[in-house]
Design a protein around this ligand. Structure first.
Ligand SMILES: Cc1ncc(COP(=O)(O)O)c(C=O)c1O
Length: 349
């Protein structure tokens, strides 16, 4: 089975559209971080089981039960408070246990998993339907921590079975594990980034060809020929060395295009890479087009799947971050345009 992570607005791609596509493609589970994201999906008519990857706060228990969400539960207190809320509403919900095998974030220690499963099993409002863990370094070249986590997870599963309890749907694999550890697949895998077309780490082998789903496009809306010695943008951090054409693109950090790409990023226009010159502004950035400018209103790709152009992984490298942050940060004011064939496009004005 497949559980697709659609949290953080489906990594910036648009939660409702991605969820609808996932349903149409036969995905069995969706995963969100917050109760609000899950409620948005229910209001959009999504009926799939919705796993809650992050922990709710106490005021959200009512909505979890009312919308039949599936929380990951790592302690007896949450199981009990969910049970109370279920009784109050006269309802039952499915829960999956979360075991912390080495991520150090949420979940119960493997040694306490048997006890937690037993106490959850005794609660009439909640049905124990799955057990999960999360890898901290499955995208690393070094397999040591992932192998240790798998061993700890196996011990936790044994402890649950030793209580005479069926763990239900067992799941562990994020993108890194889907790509590198088939032994971690169990009943269900939980990729996020790989489904959006990126490897979670630049160091990994590339067993599959992944195609970026998101493309950030804009246009050159202004062109001017300037002499050598012209300074460009705030702080005058760039000075032209020769007569050249400077193009202005109406996209900036207000659209989620990282300001760290000032004087370092490039865009693709008409098959050519044009360097960003000067600081990226909130709403605009400038590129050096050299002696032969593209046409006014020529389309540019700021990142995406185009051969020869930058992708989110390249921008992430320049910004000292990861591709997740590049796609997640594309702001709401950038209209999302969805195309059926291969990619969703995200278009700056
Ligand atoms: C619990 C859990 N499972 C799966 C994923 C998907 O991770 P990735 O996007 O690296 O595949 C995440 C993402 O953060 C997560 O928190």
């Amino acid at each position: 089975m497949l559980c697709l992570a659609v949290k953080a607005d489906a990594y910036g791609h648009g939660i409702e559209e991605v969820a609808a596509t996932a349903v149409a493609e036969g995905v069995e589970y969706l995963a969100v971080a917050t109760v609000d994201e899950a409620v948005q999906l229910r209001h959009a008519g999504i009926e799939l089981p919705l796993l809650l990857y992050s922990l709710p706060n106490p005021t959200e228990l009512e909505e979890i039960v009312a919308h039949r969400l599936t929380p990951l539960v790592g302690d007896a207190h949450l199981a009990e408070t969910l049970n109370q809320e279920c009784r109050r509403q006269g309802a039952t919900i499915d829960i999956h246990l979360k075991v912390d095998t080495g991520m150090g974030r949420i979940g119960c220690p493997p040694s306490e998993t048997g006890r937690l499963a037993k106490s959850a099993q005794s609660l009439p409002g909640v049905r124990l339907r799955g057990v999960s863990t999360h890898f901290a370094a499955a995208d690393d070249r070094d397999p040591a921590l992932t192998r240790t986590q798998l061993q700890r997870f196996e011990r936790a599963l044994e402890a649950i079975r030793a209580e005479g309890i069926d763990p239900g749907v067992i799941h562990a694999a994020n993108s890194g594990a889907v790509l590198q550890y088939p032994e971690s697949y169990y009943h269900m895998v939980r990729p996020g980034l790989a489904a959006y077309g990126y490897y979670p780490s630049q160091e990994m082998d590339r067993p599959l060809e992944l195609r970026p789903v998101m493309e950030l496009r804009s246009r050159i809306v202004f062109l001017k020929e300037v002499p050598a010695g012209t300074t460009i943008s705030y702080g005058a951090t760039y000075r032209t060395e020769r007569r050249t054409w400077i193009g202005t693109i109406p996209c900036g950090y207000g659209d989620g295009y990282n300001r760290l790409l000032s004087n370092s990023g490039t865009v693709l226009a008409g098959g050519r890479r044009l360097p960003i010159v000067g600081r990226v502004c909130m709403d605009q950035l400038m590129v050096d087009c050299g002696s032969t400018p593209p046409e006014l209103y020529a389309e540019v790709s700021l990142f995406g799947p185009d051969a020869g152009g930058p992708d989110a992984a390249e921008l992430a490298g320049l910004c000292g971050t990861i591709p997740y942050e590049i796609t997640c940060n594309i702001s709401k004011r950038v209209p999302r345009i969805y195309s059926r064939d291969s990619s969703a496009q995200s278009r700056a004005r």
